[in-house]
Design a protein around this ligand. Structure first.
Ligand code: GDP
Ligand code: MG
Length: 282
């Protein structure tokens, strides 16, 4: 039978472990990543004859290299290349939770969104049009309440369908980072593509973005991989200089602003409505 390798990603407290338990039941194994204290949880599930090999990624807010958890999460994605990622969101904080999901989409790996804690979102008077969000992003969006198991089986069934449809194909979400960054990003991406620089590991535009963000782990990998790194570092330094002189800010800050801008405009296109009624207290 077919086995789908699925990774669960999400912010701390989005309900990832609860979802992992609802999916895998007792069929799980907990260990550590070699040499570090970050927990590695893996498990199995089976739905309608489809087997799932599930990995619970460490909870993170981002995919930068600021914490061990973030480094582990992104390395699992690029090295183990799961067939599909289920991005578990706390739906009652959808805007903030989409920040990580967007970064995974920029990597290009197939993503399904699980709008978890829908009970909380409803209680807060939020209405989320998941069909609209699905249409705008071009991926399945499912509503779940991991604590009760609501929506979990449907999530798995749709995830299996989507994974088959995509057939392992990566397709990067492209966000504009504005006039100060887009030009350099395009040039750097073209250079990376022309040389196939680190192509077996990182998508070109994602790698360029990491140079602009000054991501130390990625830049170190780049230096070990070849001479193009020095040129990319110099280009990134020019952009950083320009941002400092003209805008008194850093590329990382601009990148974060544009990502949030992308999310805000996404939610405004008929995805999220908040009731102005008084909150129901139960
Ligand atoms: P993780 O940090 O992402 O692994 O989050 P956990 O699975 O540990 O969940 C954090 C808290 O949220 C726990 O108290 C869960 O019982 C609770 N929780 C998980 N899913 C849901 C849900 O869909 N609705 C509600 N109301 N609570 C949930
Ligand atoms: Mg957890």
């Amino acid at each position: 039978t077919e086995t789908i390798r699925l990774a669960l990603a999400g912010n701390p407290n989005a309900g990832k472990t609860t979802m992992f338990n609802a999916i895998t039941g007792a069929r799980q194994h907990v260990g550590n990543y070699p040499g570090i204290t970050v927990e590695k949880k893996e498990g199995q599930a089976s739905v309608n004859g489809t087997r799932f090999q599930v990995i619970d990624l460490p909870g993170t807010y981002s995919l930068t290299a600021y914490t061990q958890e973030e480094i582990v999460a992104r390395n699992v994605l690029v090295d183990e290349r799961p067939d599909v990622v289920v991005s578990v969101l706390n739906a009652s904080a959808i805007e903030r939770n989409l920040y990580l999901a967007v970064q995974i989409l920029e990597m290009g790996i197939p993503v399904v969104l699980a709008l978890n804690m829908m009970d909380e979102a409803r209680r807060h008077g939020m209405t989320i049009d998941s069909a609209r969000l699905s249409e705008l992003l071009g991926l399945p969006v499912l509503e779940t309440v991991a604590r009760t198991g609501e929506g979990v089986e449907t999530l798995l069934r749709r995830t299996a369908e989507f994974s088959r449809q995509r057939g392992g194909r990566w397709e990067q979400l492209v966000i504009s980072y504005g006039p100060d960054l887009d030009h350099a990003l395009g040039e750097m991406t073209a250079l990376i593509e022309a040389e196939g620089f680190l192509a077996e590991r990182y998508p070109a535009r994602w790698l360029a973005l990491k140079y602009l963000e000054g991501d130390e782990e990625i830049v170190a990998n780049g230096r070990a991989a070849g001479e193009l790194s020095a040129r990319l570092e110099a280009m990134a330094a020019d952009v950083a200089d320009h941002c400092q002189k003209t805008l008194k800010t850093y590329p990382e800050a601009i990148i974060a602003d544009y990502r949030y801008g992308f999310i805000t405009s996404l939610l405004k296109q008929g995805v999220l409505t908040r009731s102005t009624d008084h909150q129901r207290i139960d």
